[in-house]
Design a protein around this ligand. Structure first.
Ligand code: AMP
Ligand code: ZN
Ligand code: FE
Ligand code: FE
Length: 276
């Protein structure tokens, strides 16, 4: 059983449509795939239809932008009802924050001497209900300013760079509650990746487990072997499920192939059993 619980489509910052993503998942011999776009469930219907035709099990999911101790934390949520009104309202607020920060990002880039406009970003994010920095990166590639997203983040869009502007995100504890109320389960994404390692200590993970966190994403490319070993130990002490996922973004992120990181069947079954 090949199970990949972290992927993106062009409804957020991936480059495959949901149907293309499902086709690529079959090509990669996956049995179970979670679609986890940033802050949107807009790809679910198309992915469900494509998965049903391919005999692939689709897990409806989302990677939600949260904050803990003022640091950005990504929360993977599965099987949640995105129409549960308090959750839907919060997701609307996050997506609005993503859209509303674009003028400030573009102003920063123009100050750095790049002639970029909203139309350039719109031209590369036509399917995205949840636009992000990767779309600005794609616009910079199209303008010939950089070669790829990686270079765009390094030079212009990473923290402290001229085009960097943060966006609204929900307090993590609040989102854990909303996900549970919406009938879903929560797994903290790449906890010891960029940004969140400083704040997501073993003690904090224990606090989060006590207020409804179900799992931690141990197997992710942002984690080296030592981080994976430590997170596995912390997770097992806390009774948390250990998941893995590729964080596939199509051609948008290099070296993140579908199924490159996977979740053990036993852990997947524990995750499903935790659905309220
Ligand atoms: P945003 O959500 O708009 O703040 O953008 C963050 C997203 O950009 C992350 O979730 C990744 O998908 C993507 N990202 C971050 N760093 C890089 C990078 N160096 N190259 C390509 N994509 C990146
Ligand atoms: Zn992304
Ligand atoms: Fe993430
Ligand atoms: Fe992701």
């Amino acid at each position: 059983m090949l199970i990949d619980l972290h992927t993106h489509s062009n409804c957020s910052d991936g480059t495959d449509s949901p149907a293309e993503l499902i086709r690529h998942a079959r090509d990669a011999s996956l049995d179970v795939l979670a679609l986890t776009d940033h802050d949107t469930s807009d790809g679910w219907d198309e992915a469900r239809r494509a998965a049903a035709a391919q005999e692939l099990q689709l897990v409806p999911g989302m990677e939600i932008s949260c904050l803990h101790a003022r640091a950005g934390v990504h929360l993977l949520a599965y099987y949640l009802d995105p129409d549960y009104p308090p959750l839907a309202a919060e997701l609307d607020k996050i997506r609005a924050g993503r859209i509303n920060r674009l003028p400030a990002m573009l102003a920063g880039l123009r100050e750095a001497g790049i002639a970029i406009t909203q139309a350039d970003v719109d031209g590369v994010s036509t399917e995205a209900s949840s636009p992000g920095r990767p779309h600005v990166a794609d616009a910079l590639v199209k303008l010939g300013v950089v070669r790829n997203r990686e270079e765009a983040f390094d030079r212009y869009l990473g923290w402290g760079r001229p085009g960097y502007v943060s966006h609204y995100a929900t307090e993590l504890a609040e989102m854990l509650t909303l996900v549970r109320q919406a009938g879903g389960v929560s797994v903290v994404a790449h906890p010891w990746g960029r940004g969140s390692r400083r704040v997501l200590t073993a003690g904090v993970l224990a606090d989060l487990a006590a207020i409804g966190l179900t799992g931690i994403e141990v197997d992710h490319l942002d984690h080296d072997a030592a981080a994976r070993a430590q997170l596995t130990e912390i997770g097992s002490e806390l009774g948390l499920v250990a998941t893995g996922g590729s964080d596939y973004h199509g051609t948008g992120k290099l070296d993140h192939p579908l199924g490159g990181e996977t979740t053990d069947l036993e852990q997947f079954e524990r995750l499903q059993a935790a659905v309220p």
